[in-house]
Design a protein around this ligand. Sequence first.
Ligand SMILES: C[S@@+](CC[C@H](N)C(=O)[O-])C[C@H]1O[C@@H](n2cnc3c(N)ncnc32)[C@H](O)[C@@H]1O
Length: 236
Amino acid sequence: MTDSAVASTGGLPEGPEKRQAVEEMFDRVAPGYDRMNRIISLGRDTRWRKRTVEALGLPRGSLVLDLACGTGDLCRDLADAGYRAVGIDFSAGMLARAHTDAPLVRGDAQALPLRDRAVDGVVCGFALRNFVEVRAVFDECARVLRPGGRFAALDAAVPERVIMRAGNTVWFRGAVPLLGRFLARDADAYRYLPRSTAYLPPPRALLDLLHEAGFAGSARRTMTGGSVQLITGTRA
Ligand SMILES: C[S@@+](CC[C@H](N)C(=O)[O-])C[C@H]1O[C@@H](n2cnc3c(N)ncnc32)[C@H](O)[C@@H]1O
């Protein structure tokens, strides 16, 4: 890893090194990913995903891309809500562990294997901070969405309230790496995942990026004391 690659995010990789590190890490953690997700989120992640799908507000039967779908939790929620889902992820390991009937494609979020205006909606769960270039991914989402199409992305956030922020730090920086070490036998991955929130642009900047990519009415709301954020927008 080069010095310049780690400079701006305090030791985390960037550029092509980040892409490779993220893909390898998800391939590695895939077998225990779902169980660790439930534990880390204290069972809340299922509700957060449902809210994400609800935020689309599209007619039943709409075609929705689950971007960086992982093991396909959001694909299942989309199907439950009456949408037609398709999932894309670059980790072969995560796709191999997927538990959804939706069609899944191996591909990169920064170069989606979809034609222009192909989908009515895009959802994305806990992946923004894993992308090398968030703006490039927003551009791709704008390209594959039809005008009026909806975008909803869920990710971690840093709570504004001091007490919540302290609790968040103790849980994610202290307990989660330990749980990762003993339950998933991968302390490195579960140390990286909480640290990777440092990649996320601040809330205002994230909404500006979405707006610049061609989305109107971009909005952000938080859940669970500000520890999770939901970013939404409509393709102009
Ligand atoms: C934390 S997991 C989230 C999985 C799923 N969306 C969920 O809500 O459980 C992040 C996912 O993003 C995928 N990912 C990261 N960067 C990607 C990229 N550039 N293209 C496609 N998938 C990517 C990873 O392989 C991983 O499956």
